[in-house]
Design a protein around this ligand. Structure first.
Ligand SMILES: [Zn+2]
Length: 168
């Protein structure tokens, strides 16, 4: 499993371009949130190369997430699609000569996942709730203060994979 995340920097030292075309099992995300599920593989395509003193990754990432509708709480499928996403890592930070894209893909996906979803773009329950909101344009619905994933800290994510890559 770990192998498919590795980029061997030494193989790119002479202008080579590594094609990336992977479909990662979503279990590597280790999502603990009950209300956030990634039910499908994480598809990642793109390329890796070295530009001067940096490793450059250009990635297209796509998958789906399921999160609760902010109005009725039913599960909603959300497409997560990133195209032409760049990630640049100074070679001086890749001391082992092997870079794992795993943490970066995880962080990027979590940042890209919306905090709110709504069924069919307009939840049928919305009408019923309307009278709870004083503003006729439903401003309160569109700018809720409740943030379901606010406790998901990116700092903790990084700790998950700090074991040396060679261990697995
Ligand atoms: Zn709904």
């Amino acid at each position: 499993m770990e192998e498919e995340f590795k980029i061997f920097v030494d193989r790119l030292k002479h202008g080579e371009v590594e094609e990336i075309d992977e479909s990662y099992d979503p279990s590597f995300l280790s999502i603990q949130e009950k209300e956030l599920v990634f039910p499908e593989p994480i598809n990642v395509q793109g390329e890796a190369y070295i530009a001067e003193e940096d490793l450059v990754l250009r990635l297209d990432i796509d998958t789906k997430a399921i999160l609760p509708c902010r109005i009725c709480n039913n599960p909603v499928n959300v497409d997560i699609v990133l195209e032409g996403h760049y990630h640049i890592v100074p070679l001086s930070e890749i001391k082992s000569g092997v870079y794992s894209v795993k943490d970066h893909i995880r962080e990027t996906l979590l940042l890209e996942t919306p905090q709110f979803a709504e069924c069919d773009d307009m939840c049928p329950e919305r009408e019923k709730l309307k009278h709870f909101f004083s503003n006729s344009k439903n401003e309160d619905i569109n700018h809720p203060t409740y943030q379901p994933f606010q406790n998901l800290k990116l700092g903790e994510i990084n700790q998950i994979d700090e074991k040396p890559l060679e261990e697995k």
